[in-house]
Design a protein around this ligand. Structure first.
Ligand code: SF4
Length: 237
């Protein structure tokens, strides 16, 4: 399910974002102490300590000791600001959030869930654009013809007995989560929806699987169902 190389890169990016964010508060601490007459060495040390504190918080989050995703949010928004001046390839901050979240979720696999506590949430863009069946309200009306991954996903849902829903967007996904009240979400989406959704549904444990854009964004997308099955096998009792 998890590509270790990708995770290492995501970890580096996460700490870089956090480091860049912490420069501003460190500078404020340094200047305030300097103006207050604490002297250069002490003020500088306090600035460095501020940066270290952010890194330690990030490390604790990464290791699953600190549960709140504040460091992830700070790193994400800092990287997003940098991305606006084309510092990284497209969707790098979003993919970092998904990878870091999955790493954290993986550290919780000792916790097992019953199928009733699990929600498989997928986007409507997985459905083949020529299919006329309306799935949003009743995914089971899919005829499992094989033209899109929905049929295969439904088979996985039947096998694991988890809840299954198709979201038409961020608002719809939020309302499905509120109605279902899951303890674990295995979500498929694009980097933007997945990263924002993951940050949104905290503290529910979420495993994110990125959809594949074989025909461009939001159109006849695809998903590697093996990743999804692997996540369910790890967490289901
Ligand atoms: S698998 Fe289901 S949703 Fe996809 S095209 Fe076939 S009938 Fe429609």
């Amino acid at each position: 399910m998890i590509n270790l190389e990708k995770l290492k890169k995501a970890g580096l990016l996460f700490h870089t974002g956090l480091l860049l964010f912490s420069i501003a508060p460190a500078l404020i601490v340094f200047l305030l102490l300097l103006v207050a007459g604490a002297g250069f060495t002490l003020s500088f040390a306090a600035g460095l300590l501020t940066i270290t504190a952010f890194q330690v918080y990030g490390f604790l989050y990464e290791k699953g000791v600190a549960d709140n995703p504040i460091p992830l949010r700070l790193s994400f928004w800092t990287l997003k600001a940098l991305q606006s001046v084309h510092t990284f390839p497209h969707h790098t901050p979003e993919k970092m959030v998904v990878a870091m979240n999955n790493r954290k979720a993986l550290s919780e696999t000792c916790r097992k869930f019953s199928s009733d506590e699990v929600l498989i949430l997928v986007p409507h863009c997985l459905q083949n654009h020529e299919c006329l069946i309306r799935l949003t309200f009743n995914p089971d009306s899919c005829e499992r013809c094989g033209k899109c991954p929905i049929g295969n996903l439904l088979e996985i849902k039947d096998r694991f007995g988890a809840h299954f829903a198709i979201a038409s967007g961020g608002t719809s996904a939020r309302s499905i989560v509120e109605k279902t009240g899951p303890s674990l979400i295995v979500a498929v989406a694009c980097p933007v929806d997945l990263s924002l959704g993951i940050l949104d549904v905290h503290p529910i444990i979420t495993v994110g699987v990125l959809n594949e854009w074989r025909n461009g964004p939001c159109f006849d997308t695809w998903v590697n169902t093996e990743e999804l099955e692997a996540a369910l096998e790890l967490f289901l009792d």
